[in-house]
Design a protein around this ligand. Structure first.
Ligand code: DQA
Length: 141
């Protein structure tokens, strides 16, 4: 199975960015851990700080037949009708993941515009959330 893993704005700086919130793990290490935990999966990794680039990548993966997605949209979660419409319009089995618990933080983070367009959401479990999302896609989707 091919699974796209998308990380949105500012997640390229994991490990350096607010480590008290997001931990010390880098995005490269997170990706490597997924590769070694799930050798049977072909991962497509993409991180971008640009909303339109994420939309373009989701469309091209979809055109190539990719149908499984784990997405941490970063702050686009709370502001992007564009990403929500994109996910509503494409036939992905998608899981929304957040490293931090978005319900324990500032009130603006407690609302996800993306949640209605995905199958489920995992929030607050750090790196483990990505692993659980992949397991779900492998076993249930
Ligand atoms: C985040 C939570 C968002 O509110 C924030 O803007 C991020 C990261 C998380 O993984 O906890 O960039 O998606």
């Amino acid at each position: 199975m091919r699974i796209g893993i998308v990380n949105g704005p500012n997640l390229g700086r994991l490990g350096q960015r607010q480590p008290e919130v997001y931990g010390h793990l880098t995005l490269a290490a997170l990706e490597e851990h997924l590769r070694s935990a799930f050798p049977e999966v072909t991962f497509l990794f993409f991180q971008s700080n640009h909303e339109g680039e994420i939309i373009d990548r989701l469309e091209s993966w979809h055109n190539e037949g990719v149908r499984h997605l784990v997405i941490n949209p970063g702050a686009l979660t709370h502001q992007s009708y564009v990403l929500r419409d994109c996910l509503l319009g494409l036939e992905f089995r998608a899981i929304e993941v957040h490293l931090s618990n978005i319900y324990q933080r500032e009130s603006f983070r407690a609302h996800s515009l993306v949640a209605p367009a995905v199958q489920g959401q995992i929030s607050g479990l750090g790196e483990f959330g990505y692993h659980l999302a992949v397991r779900y896609l492998l076993e249930k989707a």
